[in-house]
Design a binder for this molecule. Structure first.
Ligand SMILES: [Zn+2]
Length: 426
């Protein structure tokens, strides 16, 4: 009896996703992201309950091997004993087929990796089997809310998956001419938001400071002047971002690195972020009652631009306890230690509306945008958050760029391989 009791306790303990991931040689960036995703409850359930099987889209470019390996890995993480350590090598083989950029063992950027991974998973379980041709009809004559709905519908006619259901939101960018007041809007899907960190002489900054800087009205003047279609000339304009549609899972990327690809410097500013009740209504494009988020995972980057290390802090969707995931080591931690100047990617989950009945009124927008004329703006009306398709182009350009630095890259790769084989680096 006692034995059975302890066995059942053991197995209930085992179903907690507290399994480490072996480092295959500078793969901590991957392990950190995998643990954050493993603790994303709906994504975990999608894998654990084999729901993904019926969504597998055999038209997908890489067939369905990435999603299958990812699901297998998540299942391993949630069925192994807590002290076990799982090797992600087969998953790594698949992600490299999807994104050759991750071949080799050099240190990578966790945010870029997350983008590629989600894009890959999404395309393999995309419910759209045959994409309709992209419509080029202008929607500029429509009121903003109607235009945003139509843009979202057009997006979903091509991109529609459980992965997207969780992570994709819609960003609005508005460009207003200072001469004639004409306002043009663009609505783009986003998988995460890259937030600039304000530079302050002293003290800490808050996540709200970063979000306010991201959504701050920006003046485009001088060489940056866009062409106003009403003035038929390049004019001084203001540009502004706001969130049109809040995703279920909001990933916030703190831009600590000067450049993602060639990291020349890193900001180690302590960004104070809320673990609970992060209210984002002031960043909504339209009045909105439901934009409160709770933190459940953080991908951390410690160290310098070249010699850094990634870990993850995750709140278990089962026990609600926080744990630190450092490659193969998983240790319990206090929620009071989750905030640190290493925080790099923040994973927030939208609070369910029923659990939040609050008296606070949504803050109204200062002005309404006019959308009278139909000609689009030329130039800078696009949001910086590109949809996954565009990222492939960005990736290709990046690869070309990387190749020009090949000697440097090869050196790093050699070093990484040497480390992976257990030889010390030079
Ligand atoms: Zn104008």
């Amino acid at each position: 009896r006692l034995t059975r009791c302890s066995v059942s306790l053991q197995s209930s303990k085992a179903v907690q996703g507290l399994t480490g991931l072996r480092n295959l040689g500078n793969t901590c960036f991957m392990n950190s992201i995998l643990q954050c995703l493993s603790n994303t409850k709906e994504l975990r359930d999608y894998c654990l309950q084999n729901q993904y099987l019926r969504d597998l889209n055999n038209n997908s470019r890489m067939r369905t091997a990435l999603m299958s390996e990812f699901a297998k890995l998540i299942q391993l993480l949630w069925t192994s004993s807590p002290n076990d350590c799982v090797s992600p090598s087969e998953f790594k083989t698949q992600i490299q087929r999807y994104a050759p950029r991750f071949v080799g063992y050099n240190q990578q950027d966790a945010q870029e990796f997350l983008r590629f991974l989600l894009d890959g998973l999404h395309s393999e379980v995309n419910r759209v089997l045959v994409r309709p041709r992209a419509s080029t009809d202008t929607l500029d004559h429509l009121p903003d809310d109607e235009k945003s709905r139509q843009m979202w519908r057009r997006y979903q006619e091509r991109e529609d998956s459980r992965i997207g259901d969780l992570f994709v939101g819609q960003l609005k960018s508005s460009l207003t001419c200072s001469e004639c007041g004409y306002c043009s809007t663009a609505f783009d899907p986003f998988w995460d938001l890259s937030l600039p960190i304000p530079k302050k002489g002293y003290g800490e900054v808050t996540l709200m400071d970063c979000l306010r800087l991201f959504t701050k009205e920006d003046v485009l003047d001088g060489d940056e002047k866009p062409t106003c279609c009403r003035c038929k000339a390049r004019t001084r304009c203001t540009k502004k971002f706001s969130i049109q549609k809040f995703p279920k899972i909001l990933v916030l990327h703190l831009k600590r690195f000067s450049e993602a690809r060639i990291r020349t410097s890193k900001l180690t500013t302590f960004v104070n972020f809320q673990l609970k009740d992060l209210d984002l209504r002031e960043f909504a494009s339209q009045s909105c009652n439901h934009a409160v988020y709770n933190l459940y995972a953080v991908s951390n980057h410690s160290g310098t631009t070249m010699g850094g290390h990634y870990t993850a802090y995750c709140k278990s969707p089962v026990s609600s306890e926080w744990h630190s995931f450092n490659d193969s080591r998983v240790t319990p931690m206090s929620s009071s230690h989750v905030r640190s100047s290493d925080a790099y990617l923040l994973f927030y989950e939208l609070a369910s509306p029923s659990s939040r009945i609050r008296g606070a009124k949504p803050r109204g927008r200062g002005h309404r945008h006019r959308t009278e004329e139909s000609s689009p703006w030329q130039g800078r009306a696009q949001a910086t958050q590109a949809p996954p398709g565009r990222w492939r182009l960005v990736f290709t350009l990046g690869l070309v760029f990387l190749l020009s630095f090949s000697s440097c890259v090869i050196k790093i790769t050699e070093q990484g391989t040497r480390q992976a084989r257990g030889h010390p680096p030079h």
